[in-house]
Design a protein around this ligand. Structure first.
Ligand code: SDX
Length: 372
């Protein structure tokens, strides 16, 4: 039996949801290029595509938009939890707990899994926004069903309707984070789903995995780097010091991509636009320089910017504080998590790998008196 640390290069399922070409830097959702979807599609349409396997017609899209809009509210006991939880709580802990609380009420087996998926997807922005407003001692902003999923998220966060650019940047950012085949958090969801536990427990496992700095937490670490560097003239020295001391450039490297992450390529363009609009262009120039120099040095090892590299800069420009970035990631990846859960359960197999035993066997038990 061969040891495969981190399950590197091990396939645990077949899928028709997402295809990643790590060498060419290409990403497809249900066969559609991420470049086309980012340019022409939107969050709701792409969520439909990932969940149901085809682009929706106008009636199907209208039905999904209506269902997402009508499910945005939270049960009162969840609102009370958000209003009373400590204000310095980690937002991913608040999200994880609130989703767990939603699961307590939703033990009904009447609904289809996809209906529960839509319900959780719809409520995540409300959980996040309600917590942000509460920790800032601001009134919570109730969801506005006339706005799109992305627009409503920003509206509930800031209390004002977003500009066209903010809406487009938010929509594309969410779309780009929607799925990525068998990443750590999706795998965590499937381990739980494979025991035939409930979808809320699976999603809680996904949120728990995504919180880690090697996965969904890298976006805030990447932004922290740009803020620490401060000016593009300091980049080369900063990178050399980091690498020489054995540290990693956050937002760089990927288990599958050995070239530039296509999502980073797309986000880079939007980061340039939104930082200009928000007076944060100096941070973009630092990021661009890290990208250029980091790629020159690490590219030889197949290490390039990944989705997190520019995502933090974009989320920050949209008004999210850094500790919220993983929750924004989760508000999109919920679609991929639930799509993979539904796909896996069609041909379920309990996920139970093995370990290679390295210890002794047959040791003789001795009483405590003899152990002194
Ligand atoms: C996401 O799986 C997904 O699809 C994830 C994701 C998604 O959409 O779900 O794409 C989202 O999580 C993106 C990744 C975000 N994480 C980071 O940016 C954190 C920094 N990156 C790394 O820690 C690392 O690149 C990983 C964790 C992303 C991937 O690590 P692997 O495949 O396990 O590779 P490794 O840690 O064994 O590193 C291999 C070599 C090592 O050098 P050697 O010891 O062989 O000499 O590459 C080096 C590492 O030191 N390396 C880096 C580096 N990442 C890897 N060196 C400097 N800077 C980095 N960022």
């Amino acid at each position: 039996m061969e040891l495969k640390k981190g399950l590197e290069d091990i396939a645990i399922k077949e899928t028709e949801i997402t295809y990643i070409d790590g060498n060419l830097g290409r990403l497809y959702y249900r066969g559609y290029s991420i470049f086309d979807l980012a340019e022409f599609s939107n969050f709701e349409e792409t969520a439909y595509l990932i969940w149901f396997g085809k682009l929706p017609n106008s009636r199907e899209l209208k039905d999904l938009k209506e269902k997402l809009a009508e499910e945005r509210n939270l049960p009162e006991y969840v609102v009370q939890f958000i209003k009373n939880v400590r204000k310095d709580a980690n937002p991913m802990d608040v999200l994880r707990t609130a989703i767990s609380m939603l699961g307590i009420e939703d033990e009904s087996n009447k609904e289809e899994l996809w209906e529960k998926a839509v319900k959780i997807t719809s409520k995540i922005p409300t959980i996040i926004s309600f917590f942000v407003r509460t920790r800032k001692n601001l009134d919570i902003i109730e969801p506005d069903s006339s706005l799109s999923h992305a627009e409503n998220f920003l509206y509930m966060l800031k209390g004002e309707k977003p500009s066209n650019l903010e809406s487009k940047v938010m929509d594309v950012s969410l779309l780009l984070h929607m799925d990525h085949e068998m990443n750590a958090s999706t795998f965590a969801c499937l381990v739980v789903a494979s025991t035939l536990s409930d979808i809320y427990s699976s999603v809680v496992a996904g949120v728990s995995a995504l919180k880690g700095p090697l996965h969904g937490g890298a976006n805030s670490e990447a932004l922290k780097q740009f803020m620490e560097i401060g000016n593009k003239d300091n980049v080369e020295e900063y990178i050399m010091k980091k690498l020489e001391s054995g540290h990693r450039i956050m937002g760089f490297g990927h288990r599958i991509y050995k070239t530039y992450d296509p999502r980073a390529k797309i986000l880079k363009e939007y980061a340039k636009m939104i930082t200009k609009e928000k007076g944060l262009y100096n941070l973009y120039e630092v990021a661009e320089k890290v990208d250029e120099i980091g790629s020159r040095i690490l590219g030889k090892k197949g290490i390039y910017p990944n989705v997190d590299f520019y995502a933090g800069l974009v989320f920050y420009s949209l008004g999210f504080e850094p500790d919220l970035f993983p929750t924004v990631f989760a508000s999109s990846r919920i679609v991929g998590w639930t799509a993979h859960i539904m796909e896996y359960l069609k041909d379920n197999k309990l996920i139970r790998p093995k370990a290679i035993y390295k210890g002794e066997i047959g040791r003789k038990y001795i009483g405590i008196q003899e152990r002194e």
